[in-house]
Unconditional design. Sequence first.
Length: 83
Amino acid sequence: MHWQVQEAKQRFSEVVRAAEAGEPQVVTRHGHEVAVVIDIGEYRRLSGAHADLMTHLRSEPFVEDDLVIERARELPREVDLAG
């Protein structure tokens, strides 16, 4: 979808909703494309910004309540460092 700057300002919530739905929104000024509004996940993917592991796991499409991460309760194994 293409928006003129003035219209994008007036209907910003609609622009953001469409971007969240995965539809990049192009903003034009005097007929020239000047900006794109995209979903934050897509921006991070494109920019190479890396989230920590927990943030990444929580952003996956499964329900957070299904995600259970626990440390193992067993003692660590013996390691012979003397060689």
